[in-house]
Design a protein around this ligand. Structure first.
Ligand code: NAD
Length: 240
């Protein structure tokens, strides 16, 4: 249970901040019922013949497309999931002019559902899909409602607009993230193990005074002078 002193410290930092940025990952959505990778009940602990990061790689997508889609439909397409208190609080802070951007590794679209506007999706989104041959766009329902490998009318394979392992991140999204992080005075990091690069490296561009981490375990990356709050982010944010 997170104690009141930590909540007060965080409230004070937020109150004094003129420009904060949030950097998050899969742990932001676990309270919405979407499993992360590395928690107790995360996807790494589930019995799949391959680890999730192998299945979600470019090579695997190319060589075992049907199996990729079996896992993807089963575990990544959580279309009915709803935002939790963390998503809503971030959207509220943006409306109030306190938060300039949400930078997320998530692909679930829950920040949009909660009403955030300036969202930098480092790893893309399940909600956008395109034909690899002709570039036609498809809604996520096309993926969810088809079976096997989804095909375009032109015969090409449809691919989600998500960044698979081995694929580069969108340069424009990286540049905007660097800019946002570099001009923030408070960086709140939450629900991420900071294991996945290059995304995790972006926090090194922070030049401000205060970093807060709200996570259920200490992240993999060493950071000095950080206020670490060991708790569930939805619960913590709903107390702010
Ligand atoms: P991760 O699974 O490596 O780490 C999640 C972290 O969040 C863990 O440290 C865990 O202790 C913490 N956590 C879990 N629930 C929490 C909660 N309620 N409150 C606070 N902390 C909580 O996830 P990652 O660092 O984002 O890296 C995994 C990659 O997987 C990302 O690149 C992401 O694209 C992808 N992914 C996305 C989703 C999604 O879109 N919802 C889901 C699974 C994986």
């Amino acid at each position: 249970m997170v104690n009141e002193a930590e909540i007060l410290k965080l409230k004070k930092l937020i109150g004094n901040s003129r420009r904060m940025v949030f950097f998050g990952g899969a742990g932001v959505s676990t309270e919405s019922g979407i499993p992360d990778f590395r928690s107790q009940d995360g996807l790494y602990r589930q019995k799949y013949p391959y680890p999730p990061e192998t299945i979600l790689s470019h090579t695997f997508f190319t060589e075992h497309t049907e199996e990729f889609y079996r896992f993807y439909r089963d575990k990544m397409l959580c279309l009915d999931a709803q935002p939790n208190a963390a998503h809503y609080k971030l959207a509220q802070w943006e409306r109030e002019g306190k938060l300039s951007a949400v930078i997320t590794q998530n692909i679930d679209g829950l920040h949009q559902k909660a009403g955030s506007k300036n969202i930098l999706e480092l790893h893309g989104s399940i909600w956008r899909n395109f034909c690899m041959r002709c570039g036609a766009s498809y809604p996520v329902e096309k993926i969810a409602q088809s079976s096997g490998v989804p095909h375009c009318a032109c015969g090409g394979i449809i691919k989600p607009d998500v960044v698979l392992y081995e694929e580069p991140l969108d340069q424009a999204v990286i540049e905007r993230s660097v800019e946002e992080i570099g001009s923030a005075d408070l960086l709140i990091i939450g629900g991420t193990s900071l294991n996945v690069y290059p995304a995790a490296g972006l926090i090194d561009f922070f030049r401000g005074e205060n970093v807060v981490v709200v996570n259920r375990e200490a992240p993999a990356k060493e950071m000095r002078g950080v206020l670490f709050i060991d708790g569930k982010i939805g619960e913590v944010f709903s107390r702010l």
